[in-house]
Design a protein around this ligand. Structure first.
Ligand SMILES: Cc1cc2nc3c(=O)[nH]c(=O)nc-3n(C[C@H](O)[C@H](O)[C@H](O)COP(=O)(O)OP(=O)(O)OC[C@H]3O[C@@H](n4cnc5c(N)ncnc54)[C@H](O)[C@@H]3O)c2cc1C
Length: 582
């Protein structure tokens, strides 16, 4: 097989991948960088982020406050040294974005505008109307075009990491337009493949978010960290799962139950106020708001709709002018997808899987335990998000840790040799595997159907590992996923074409999702406490003595992962109570 070769290879062209590519090019212009992406970079999920990116900017704010909000929001699971690096470098990164052309929204006096966001006690969320991710990704993409050493492989789909001598030295990818399979060797590989919301049936995540990079690293023997922590966003549209951004509540939206009552006042999240009060009621953290929905549901105080129970989000009192200037995209989404106008109508919403706090285990520079392999963005777990991410920290994380990982990988790669013969042989084996398993029919007649396996995975995850879990629900899900892992070996595909074979891609993505599902469930089984987004009905209390630790899921051949633990790094903020609205 003909091998392509680069100094540094980045898998993923979203916010983290592009920021990393620019950082490599700026650190050492002699290094050539490849960005491999299964979609055209501008279609990465980052483009759909709406609300904003957090960084200290106001004179009454401080790094300590941003760090404390992040750590307490994450229920003391974030590593505090990583959070400190994050909050310190965040403003610089957002100003850098401005210099590259990102059109941050402004106050009338010309200063950068910030909006309140859930769990942040001071306003520090920078935004570009309610299309922040769109503008940020455009800015990064156009900036990346300035650097000649950055070469792109758009619509190439990675199926394997090449590892030799304990060192990651490249990948195998399918060029989707032709079906050709190629090995790409590199001195360092950075995984920036984003999250895995599609493991669940109801999610804000794009169809491309299947945990590819997490599974690739896991299969190569790298642990996945804190996988039990799944973020439900409290406000998704009931049928599509399309996100109604938290900015809607930060502009003053209310959540109402079926009696038109602001039910969050009953959940230790503050008392109703005419204006949004920071960190209280609707601006509480996402885990608490999603859990309150389930409690309302249990009390029979939610509404019944064709797509499940829901509550209402009321922004009518904001008026058309504010809605059109601050959250125009929310209005557009409601009109297009629900045929309602939030200027005059209530918006039906329910909690929806949104974000993965866990991911590939990395250190503060984005290095994984495997030499030559790095990760950043939602695919990675540094960790700054702990048991519950605060809204608007992720976009900033892409920049801070994208830049860090780019610099670290550049330093690692400088003066090192690339992949040799052994990885070329592995790449040839992978080509043969794909041909045999997916293209030459494999078990085509009488084989398993992808749609059925996916449906069962979704059912198992939703009923077993949702907002509330128990030993029993998780054990059932574990059993089902294990059965599906067997069944997927006998997958039958109908499409053997070479050109844009989306069935083949979806089949490989499903294998990635099953791996990720397995790590989520087994990490959740082992954590017999409730913390942040991980709520066990059979262990309702947080247990710092036993579980102020990160979980690490390690792949075991042919079975459930082994779960190990690593202590949380505490610098200045000893574990305390999470207090909101008081
Ligand atoms: C609707 C929505 C709104 C959000 N709003 C906000 C917000 O306002 N503020 C905030 O802070 N966060 C927000 N988030 C979260 C945040 O946007 C994401 O966490 C972040 O954008 C992820 O960026 P990333 O670079 O890690 O990955 P992505 O942007 O998801 O990019 C992943 C890249 O990896 C590539 N890739 C994946 N698998 C493969 C493979 N096998 N082979 C080749 N390439 C591959 C893809 O092509 C893509 O280029 C939002 C998320 C959603 C879903």
């Amino acid at each position: 097989m003909e091998m392509l070769s680069h100094d540094i290879l980045i898998v993923g062209g979203g916010g983290a991948g592009l920021r990393a590519a620019i950082a490599v090019a700026e650190t050492d212009p002699a290094l050539n960088v490849a960005v491999v992406s299964k979609v055209y970079p501008m279609r990465s999920h980052t483009v759909s982020a709406e609300g904003g990116a957090a960084a200290v900017v106001r004179p009454d704010d401080s790094f300590e406050d941003h760090a404390y909000d992040t750590i307490s929001g994450g229920d003391w699971l974030p590593d505090q040294d990583a959070v400190e690096a994050f909050v310190n470098e965040a403003p610089r990164e957002l100003v850098q974005m401005e210099h590259w052309g990102c059109p941050w929204s402004r106050e009338p006096d010309g200063s950068v505008a910030v909006r309140p966001f859930g769990g942040m006690k001071i306003e520090r969320t920078w935004y570009a109307s309610d299309k922040t991710g769109f503008h940020m990704l455009h800015t990064l993409f156009q900036t990346s075009l300035k650097y000649d050493p950055i070469q792109r492989y758009d619509e190439w789909f990675v199926t394997k990491l090449l590892v030799d001598d304990g060192r990651c030295q490249g990948v195998v990818a399918i060029e989707l337009a032709t079906g050709r399979i190629r090995g790409i060797s590199a001195k360092a590989v950075i995984i920036c493949t984003g999250g895995c919301g599609k493991v669940f049936p109801f999610t804000t995540n794009a169809n491309i978010k299947n945990g590819d990079g997490m599974s690739l690293a896991y299969r190569a023997g790298v642990p996945l960290k804190d996988m039990e922590f799944i973020q439900y966003h409290p406000t998704g549209l009931p049928f599509t799962g399309i996100l109604i951004t938290e900015a809607t509540r930060s502009e003053g939206g209310y959540l109402l139950n079926k009696d038109g009552y602001r039910y969050l006042q009953d959940y230790d999240l503050g008392t109703p106020q005419p204006q949004p009060v920071l960190r209280s009621m609707e601006l509480g953290p996402r885990d608490r708001l999603s859990q309150a929905f389930v409690k309302e549901q249990e009390k029979g105080r939610t509404l019944k709709g064709p797509y499940g129970d829901y509550v209402n989000l009321d922004i009518r009192h904001l008026g058309e002018k504010v809605i059109n200037s601050k959250i125009p995209f929310v209005r557009e989404l409601c009109l297009k997808y629900e045929n309602i106008d939030p200027v005059t109508d209530l918006i039906p919403v329910r909690p929806v899987v949104h974000y993965m706090m866990g991911g590939i285990h990395t250190d503060i520079h984005g290095a994984t335990p495997m030499e030559g392999l790095f990760a950043a963005g939602e695919a990675a777990c540094v960790s700054i998000n702990g048991a519950n991410r605060l809204g608007s920290n992720s976009l900033t994380e892409l920049l801070v840790f994208g830049a860090r990982v780019g610099r670290a990988a550049a330093e690692y790669a400088s003066g090192r040799n690339g992949g040799g013969r052994a990885v070329a042989a592995q790449a040839a084996d992978e080509e043969e595997r794909i041909e045999r398993q997916y293209r030459r029919g494999g078990s085509r007649s009488g084989g398993e159907k992808m749609a059925d396996i996916r449906q069962r995975m979704h059912d198992a995850m939703e009923s077993g590992a949702g907002i509330y879990r128990s030993a029993e629900s998780l054990a059932q899900a574990a059993q089902e996923i294990s059965t599906l892992q067997d069944r997927i070996q006998r997958l039958a595909l109908d499409d053997s074409s070479q050109t844009f074979n989306t069935e083949l891609v979806a089949a490989v993505e499903l294998t990635y999702m099953l791996d990720v599902a397995e790590t989520i469930i087994h990490s959740a089984i082992q954590r017999t406490e409730s913390r942040g987004s991980h709520q066990r009905t059979d262990y309702p209390e947080r247990d710092d003595d036993a579980y102020l630790t990160h979980s690490l899921a390690l792949r075991q051949p042919g079975g459930a992962p082994a779960i190990e633990y690593q202590p949380v790094t505490i610098t200045k903020w000893p574990p305390g109570e999470r207090i909101y609205g008081r």
